[in-house]
Design a protein around this ligand. Structure first.
Ligand code: UN1
Length: 499
């Protein structure tokens, strides 16, 4: 009998009261990967009760001690890195090198936030009055609801959980139904590391049965969501009704500028990795290449040849560079956009088909696809595809390139390849995205710096770095008057100067 993965509520691994289960199959092979308890609003209620109770003591637990628990969790994650990466490849599909990177991001974030337990800095400022001391301190918010996507099955949960926990919040996480296992593993690690019962809760199930009750729950004042812009908007409306604090990490339509002075070898390599790594299923994936017309032909030839050479297959196998899409539905979306691109008159220079042969027909594979001569307003150049499709858009100047990069509804990541420092700085100044790379592709953000985007990509908050703490804490400004008299305003200190 295969292991049944359960909810974690109040420190106990429990089945949903529904008695239902759901399963996940390996998107590369179709083999069963896991069976999961399938929850609903009643399980969410139980988790909220447990998390609310645990918050009373966790908020008072000294933050350096919280940090020690996180530090132990990071050590356990390190020790299990390889096993976790393999499980992730089986469940999500991306290749082993990338799933190792995903686990590494969780390790890095956990160590980083462990260290924050000894900082969590506020400020002290001078007072306008005599004998008065003032400071700001970070206070936790309460029970935090986390709703995560499947493309970074352990990194994204860790980006949300670790800052929330170090700041003294308790959490309830609903992982994506495609990849619940790695969230269960992360919660197991935290329990082993000594996190008190009820501080971390996991509720498995789908968006309407678990995500919605969580986002509507009156005792969950904070929601953090990573996923589509469409779902994010509906969460924002629900959050507004309850006056919840909300962070949204949503779509992208990330572009790389290849200027006429670019190192083309470097640019082609960066684009191939950015576009086809994780089979294009990253919020940060390279989806548009905005190229100076003088180097368009050469770059298109390199990208077409490079895409054609990539080895597709089961990500656990040596030498495989591109895994499957996460689901049949995701592959259908890719197919739909390939047809749209052809209908719009773009030139297909590589790929364009479902991939088959050598066992690929058992999974959701699609050929890495490159379109050339794309116009900036075509749908393939405007809408997020979240798959292995990249569009080359020719331009005549850096000004035009910058306008094209900015001319979409999203603003997550962008990049420029140029050897000219003036062009690099000009781009930094004028591109309106949350993340920008110079002479590197659009992916590869590190955990030390704020992660997130402008416009329809987000709602103004950032994950990672100390910016994440701003989301998971409330500032409290504290004034301590030790003068022994009622000081009413600056005027008092002027009128009654000390002897
Ligand atoms: C995402 O796709 O949601 O910068 C996150 C990167 C990764 C994170 C991507 N470190 O591509």
């Amino acid at each position: 009998m295969a292991e049944l993965f359960k909810n974690l509520i109040g420190g106990q691994w429990v089945e949903s009261h529904t008695g239902r289960t759901f399963t996940r199959k390996n998107p590369a092979t179709g083999e069963l990967v896991g069976t999961y308890t399938d929850s609903d609003a009643q399980d969410v209620d139980a988790a909220v009760t447990a998390a609310s109770r645990a918050f009373k003591s966790w908020r008072l637990y000294p933050s350096p001690k919280r940090g020690e628990i996180l530090f132990r969790a990071a050590q356990i994650l390190e020790a299990r890195k390889e096993a976790l990466a393999r499980e992730m490849t089986e469940e999500m599909g991306k290749v082993l090198d990338e799933t190792r990177g995903d686990v590494q991001e969780a390790i890095d974030m956990t160590y980083y936030m462990a260290g924050e337990g000894r900082r969590l800095f506020g400020e002290t400022t001078p007072s306008e009055m005599r004998s008065k001391f003032q400071m700001s301190v970070r206070q936790p918010l309460g029970v935090v609801g986390l709703i995560t996507l499947w493309n970074f099955p352990i990194a994204i949960p860790s980006w949300k959980m670790m800052p929330a926990l170090i700041a003294g919040n308790t959490v309830i996480i609903k992982p994506a139904t495609y990849t619940p296992k790695l969230t269960v593993r992360l919660a197991e690690v935290l329990m082993e590391a000594g996190i008190p019962d009820g501080v971390v809760n996991v509720v498995l199930g789908n968006g309407s049965d678990v995500g919605e009750p969580l986002m509507h729950h009156p005792d969950v004042p904070v929601i953090s969501f990573t996923g589509s812009t469409e779902t994010g908007r509906s969460i924002a409306m629900a959050a507004a009704q309850h006056n919840k604090r909300l962070t949204l990490e949503m779509g992208g339509k990330n572009a790389v500028i290849v200027h006429e002075d670019a190192n083309l070898d470097l640019a082609a390599e960066g684009i191939l990795w950015g576009a086809f790594g994780t089979t294009g299923q990253r919020c940060t994936a390279t989806s548009r290449v905005v190229v100076h017309r003088s180097v368009q032909e050469e770059l298109a030839a390199r990208l077409g040849a490079g895409a054609g050479k990539l080895k597709l297959g089961n990500g656990l196998e040596q030498g495989v560079q591109v895994g499957p899409l996460v689901s049949e539905g995701q592959r259908e979306t890719v197919g739909k956009y390939v047809s749209i691109g052809q209908g719009e008159g773009a030139t297909l220079v590589a790929g364009g088909n479902v991939a088959a042969g050598d066992g690929l027909e058992n999974g959701f594979f699609h050929e890495p696809t490159v379109f050339d001569n794309v116009k900036a307003d075509m749908r393939i150049a405007q809408e997020e595809i979240f798959g292995p499709v990249v569009s080359i858009i020719p331009v005549d100047s850096l000004d035009e390139a910058i306008d094209v990069v900015n001319g979409v509804q999203y603003g997550l990541s962008a990049a420029i390849f140029t050897q000219d420092v003036n062009n690099a700085f000009r781009t930094m100044q004028d591109i309106y995205t949350g993340i920008l790379y110079v002479n590197a592709g659009t992916t590869g953000a590190e955990i030390h710096l704020p992660f997130g985007g402008t416009k329809a990509t987000g709602n103004g908050h950032r994950e990672a770095g100390t910016a994440a703490l701003d989301f998971y804490t409330e500032w409290q400004s504290i004034y301590v008057d030790f003068s022994g008299k009622l000081q009413r305003a600056q005027i008092d200190t002027v009128e009654h100067p000390a002897p």
